[in-house]
Design a protein around this ligand. Structure first.
Ligand code: ATP
Ligand code: MG
Length: 188
């Protein structure tokens, strides 16, 4: 049997407006960060103030989006020293994660941004480098006009709970699994 086109209007009529939202992009498939950056484009298009804090990744990493989103007015900070398997001293990485979290906390509470993206924040949360309960409480008590976008694999349950929208990217296939290296312009 073939599918039938829907004839009932699926749009809800009983909705309310929120002054801000919490979004989480998680899962083991590709697209968590890029979906977040896409949302930032929408925010910038509306003239909103946008902040990005990248955990784990270092300042000299420079994903392609950094230059463009900065040109469009986003405030961007990468506070980390790269992949944990490349790190010379994990205590240093942990300290940088805590520094990034301090910057994130300011961004969430100051009211200076309509959207703040916390890219790859799930990793330091899961590794105990930053206090996950504090992150969740700060998100809950953030400035009421500040939307938050969190990305990273294995979003902790309490982060999922505080979120309004949670999307899990599922890895159906990834070029890397077939031995194809990350590609500039596509992967970073
Ligand atoms: P992207 O930045 O492309 O949206 P992501 O944020 O979902 O990816 P990360 O875990 O942050 O994924 O990975 C960053 C890099 O790893 C990107 O180059 C991405 O293409 C690659 N990557 C993402 N998912 C996978 C996967 N399942 N296997 C291998 N590499 C992946
Ligand atoms: Mg990512």
């Amino acid at each position: 049997m073939t599918d039938q086109p829907p004839i009932e209007d699926p749009i809800r009529r009983d909705t309310t407006a929120a002054s801000s939202l919490v979004l989480v992009n998680t899962g083991d498939g590709k697209g968590k960060s890029t979906a977040g950056f896409g949302t930032l484009l929408r925010a910038l298009a509306r003239g909103w103030r946008v902040g990005v804090i990248q955990f784990i990744k270092s300042g000299d990493w420079r994903v392609g989006e950094e230059q463009l989103l900065t040109q469009l007015g986003a405030e961007w900070r990468s506070i980390g020293d790269g992949f944990s398997w490349d790190a010379e001293d994990l205590e240093v990485s942990k300290g940088l994660a805590q520094e990034a979290w301090a910057a994130a906390r300011d961004a969430l509470t100051s009211g200076d941004f309509e959207v703040v993206m916390l890219d790859e924040i799930t990793y330091p949360m899961n590794w105990g480098w930053i206090d996950a309960a504090d992150v969740v409480a700060t998100i809950r008590e953030r400035h009421e006009q500040t939307t938050v976008i969190c990305t990273g694999r294995d979003a902790p349950d309490e982060l999922v709970e505080v979120a309004d929208t949670v999307t899990e990217m599922r890895n159906v296939k990834h070029a890397y699994d077939q031995g194809i290296q990350a590609r500039r312009g596509i992967d970073y």
